[in-house]
Ligand binder design. Structure first.
Ligand code: DGJ
Length: 529
């Protein structure tokens, strides 16, 4: 059985699935009314994925006694709605804290010790080095995975399991307990030798943490402690249920980027990704939770996590606002994009279950990505993001055979109107003037494209061949510009196959190819000269 295909999550038949959806709020599991509402939100975003937590404190209230009825309920509800499900194991560490540990764990700090800060005081994180803590969490997680194997092996609703949640030490850069410090004084494990962390200032050679990782020694050690714990958990879980395992991360690209102060120390932040890859190979994807609105930072994070050995899957991001609506499109154009989800499904809806105005932009972007999912899943072509950043009136793409100029509606309203079905200046179309143009252009053949999105008018001009003397003549001919199409079809995908809903021609094709509110058009250009 294959769990990945083309870098995407795959079903039992090996069919790849781009995952798009929403994550439940932290306290939704076990509350069917809340879950119903949140799953309904997924459908309004055009998604196919629901993510929800499984609480250790709930499934093992009394030590050694397990009850997975809430997990079954989640699976049943997703099956009824034809949704994929990712379960999040909220075990020993949720955002650094032990809040989801059962009471018998919380109430017994001798058996399950907390890590210590530099002042010797307790920090609100259980030590991953404590033998009893490891044993207890690993046993519960393995029982959960065993349950999953038995309950889901036929239908395969659960496509992945996330291990813990944004792990690490909260409020300290490492564990300063005697036990941890004794470990810190031991030589760096062989597998990590030779790794160099950016900006570490390492000059010497040796086998201590400081000689290998310089100013990042504490963080590197913390990362190794957590990665080693996660590897044990993941291996044990996979021994009873072969399913992709994910590890999400509280980003290091936060504030002034110092561990323990700006983010949990020891989690798989960009700086220590290689430590995780070498120490916890049982984790299939290290996944950034990206709440950053800043485009440059967002792109930086994408480029760190999209690697040959790591698909790009974003399990949490903002469900509202224009920033994530734009950034998500950039992520979708990444060649290793496997999916994206937004956190807090219920916050997207009003009392009556309608999308709140502030959620509409992200929902539209997600629907846009979903509208071309079959092309992405087949990696059917080169994907270009078209995104109207602030002050942009258009975006130019230089493709191998074509100049593509994309005009954005809000900045060029008079260029729309007749010839694009609607006049953006009409009061009823105010939304078109208020939104940012964005979408995906997918080149599936030398002269074939799909354009999906909103607020864009794309113009294609064939680029003259290098050395062609009459290039100006070619470029200025309308037969090489706006009239250069063989066909422009508006349509959608059904079970992976393109279905044409309308052939655009005349006014609707002779001036440009446009998308207003999430349509998809297939454009076949004429390269004959
Ligand atoms: C990140 C965490 O991973 C989520 O569980 C949730 O707490 C969000 N932050 C929003 O608060």
């Amino acid at each position: 059985m294959s769990f990945f295909s083309n870098g995407f999550f795959a079903d039992q038949q090996g069919t790849p699935h781009l995952l798009l959806g929403l994550q439940a709020h932290n306290s939704s599991t076990g509350i069917p009314k809340m879950l119903e509402k949140e799953m309904h939100a997924v459908s309004l975003y055009g998604g196919n994925l629901f993510e929800a937590p499984v609480y250790w404190c709930e499934v093992e209230k009394r030590e050694g006694e397990f009850d997975f009825s809430t997990v079954l309920e989640l699976m049943d509800m997703c099956r009824e709605r034809d949704l994929h499900l990712i379960l999040l194991w909220f075990g020993v560490n949720k955002n650094g804290h032990p809040t989801y540990c059962p009471e018998w764990v919380k109430a017994d700090p001798r058996r399950f010790p907390l890590a210590k800060g530099p002042d010797g005081g307790d920090v609100a994180t259980l030590s991953p080095l404590a033998e009893e803590t490891r044993r207890a969490d690993i046993r519960a997680f393995t029982r959960f995975m065993d349950f999953l194997h038995r309950a889901d092996r036929e239908i395969h609703t659960v496509v992945a399991v996330q291990v813990e949640n944004e792990i690490g030490y909260a409020n300290t850069d490492m564990d300063y307990s005697d036990a941890a410090q004794a470990k810190y004084r031991q030589p760096v494990p062989q597998a990590l030798r030779g790794l160099s962390l950016e900006d570490s200032g390492v000059k010497s050679s040796g086998d201590s943490w400081v000689s290998c990782f310089g100013r990042h020694a504490h963080e590197a050690f913390a990362a190794w402690c957590w990665a080693d714990f996660i590897q044990r958990l993941a291996t044990s879980g996979k021994s009873v249920c072969e399913i992709p395992l994910l590890l999400n991360v509280m980003l290091g690209e936060n504030g002034f980027e110092e561990p323990g102060l700006c983010y949990n120390s020891g989690g798989p932040v960009s700086r220590v990704l290689d430590i995780y890859k070498r120490t916890a190979p049982a984790i299939d994807i290290l996944c950034p939770d990206i709440y950053l609105g800043n485009r440059e930072q967002y792109r930086q994070v994408i480029s760190s996590y999209s690697r040959e050995d790591n698909s790009l899957f974003i399990p949490e991001s903002s469900p509202t606002g224009i920033a994530n609506a734009l950034n998500m499109i950039e992520a979708a154009a990444d060649p290793r994009f496997a999916g994206v989800a937004c956190f807090g499904a219920a916050t997207a809806l009003d009392e009556d279950g309608n999308l709140l105005p502030e959620a509409r932009e992200v929902a539209l972007s997600m629907r846009t990505i979903a509208s071309v999912a079959p092309l992405l899943e087949q990696r059917a072509g080169t994907v270009y993001a078209i995104v109207q950043q602030e002050f942009m009136d258009k975006q130019y793409l230089r493709l191998p055979g074509w100049h593509v100029e994309c005009l954005f509606t809000s900045a060029n309203p008079s260029r729309f109107g007749l010839g694009s079905f609607i006049n953006p200046l009409a009061p009823s179309n105010r939304d078109l003037m208020e939104t940012r143009g964005r979408g995906l252009l997918i080149q599936t053949g030398e002269n074939e494209f799909y354009l999906a999105g909103c607020g864009i008018r794309a113009d294609f001009r064939m680029r003259p061949e290098i050395g062609y003397e009459r290039s100006y003549v070619q470029l200025t001919s309308r037969m090489n510009g706006t009239l250069n199409f063989l066909s422009v079809e508006e349509g959608h995908f059904e079970h992976g196959t393109w279905v044409t809903d309308r052939f655009r021609n005349g006014d609707e094709a002779n001036f440009a190819c446009f998308v207003h509110r999430g349509e998809v058009v297939r454009i076949r250009l004429n390269a004959a000269r």
